[in-house]
Design a binder for this molecule. Structure first.
Ligand code: SF4
Ligand code: SF4
Length: 390
């Protein structure tokens, strides 16, 4: 008696057009030589890209593409595009698929709009910034009851905003985190659970939990990239951002007391370290994009240019607030803080919730889920080869 399993695979002719709405996916020149897969340092017995992802898309295999974790394991190094004899741009195809998947994971549908349209992207950032400006006016003129003339000229510091700024800051930080975490269930359903999949024992998830932590903290796969400086800049940017967000989440009370002037306070020095990390990381990205010599900085998406600029402006305005407050320039500090909030809020609410920042969660999650599959025996080289034969 045969124990062979019969798979019904339906081709969706609209998939390729759907994916192409999110960027460049031009594989018409590809003649399937396989050089890209051979050149990729991240290919293993279990994961094989970029060709499998590209084939899924070309063949209209929507289910396998949505269920694939491989686009997130690709670290965008560009070696495959350099070696491709037909200049088919497999790195860009992988990037486009990741943008497509980001939109599919987002149950609000907002990512889909932002990643397809510059008008939506810029419009959303501008809209949130205008709402913040309106809130600043409302708070001072209506809630505090300041006359308009005093609002622009009275030299008072930020203290009058405490503790309401705490609630505002926590909302702006926690809302994107809630949205990101809320998508994990959807990603799990698409890639690990759902109908027709063999259930995986809970113990496998527990046993591999360390994999998620390890990849979140070390970004170790990026170290395989021949360009070592890229890993350092990326790691410092991620570590600095996480450290700064942690300080904002748990250290606001200290920030809102006079002890901010205490030179020895550890939070001050953690803030300096986080700022230095962020500045180095953004600087390396901006310089790389301006020079555009490395493959991974060529043909970047519109948001990849705007995001580092917003992050840089957020960091610089935050530094200005700190210096002006420390120096006792109350009115200047007040305006610098308003500017800082006007820049940082749209970046956090739009970019972190719906844009590129999501890969901070999705990439280690994909590596974790792959490890769980491998541990539970759902991934074997033979099964992967069979999948590729599709
Ligand atoms: S190296 Fe280029 S031509 Fe060869 S399989 Fe990859 S994308 Fe196609
Ligand atoms: S961009 Fe780098 S990691 Fe991604 S498929 Fe190409 S060679 Fe592999």
């Amino acid at each position: 008696m045969s124990n062979a399993t019969t798979f019904v695979v339906r081709s969706d002719p609209t998939l390729l057009a759907d994916v192409r709405r999110y960027g460049r996916f031009d594989t018409s020149a590809c003649y399937q030589c396989g050089s890209c897969t051979i050149s990729c340092d991240l290919v293993t017995d279990y994961v094989s890209f970029p060709r499998r992802t590209i084939r899924y898309t070309l063949l209209g295999l929507r289910g396998p593409l949505l269920g694939s974790l491989e686009p997130w394991i690709c670290h965008d190094c560009g070696d495959c595009s350099i070696i491709c004899p037909r200049q088919a741009g497999p790195r860009l195809s992988m990037m486009t698929v990741r943008r497509f998947l980001t939109a599919q994971y987002d149950w609000t549908g907002i990512s889909s709009k932002l990643l397809q349209s510059r008008v939506w992207y810029i419009g959303s950032l501008s809209f949130v910034a205008l709402v913040v400006v309106a809130l600043i006016f409302f708070y001072h003129l209506s809630y505090v009851g300041l006359p308009l003339a005093d609002f622009v000229a009275m030299p008072f510091g930020m203290e009058h905003m405490f503790p309401i700024m705490t609630y505002f800051t926590l909302t702006v930080l926690l809302l994107p985190m809630f949205l990101l975490v809320s998508r994990i269930w959807r990603i799990w359903r698409l890639t690990m659970g759902g109908e027709g999949r063999v259930p995986i024992a809970f113990s496998a998830y527990v046993a591999e939990a360390w994999t998620y932590v390890r990849h979140s903290v070390t970004h170790s796969l990026m170290r395989k990239c021949p360009e070592r400086g890229r890993w350092l800049g990326h790691w410092l940017l991620a570590a600095g951002t996480v450290l700064m967000l942690t300080i904002k989440l748990f250290g606001l009370r200290w920030f809102q007391t006079d002890s901010i002037y205490a030179f020895y306070h550890p939070q001050r020095w953690l803030g300096y370290i986080a700022t230095a990390f962020i500045l180095y990381g953004i600087g390396s990205i901006i310089v790389g994009r301006v020079r555009a010599q490395k493959e991974f900085y060529k043909e970047t998406q519109f948001e990849d240019v705007i995001f580092p600029i917003l992050l840089l402006l957020t960091a610089l305005s935050g530094i200005a607030v700190h210096i002006l407050r420390y120096a006792g320039f109350a009115l200047s500090c007040h305006f610098a803080f308003a500017l800082h909030v006007i820049i940082a809020t749209p970046m956090l609410l739009v970019e972190m919730s719906f844009g590129k920042w999501s890969h901070m969660i999705y990439r280690p999650l994909a590596l974790y889920f792959e490890a769980v599959k491998e541990r539970s025996g759902q991934r074997t080289p033979a099964k992967e080869a069979a999948g590729y034969a599709l």
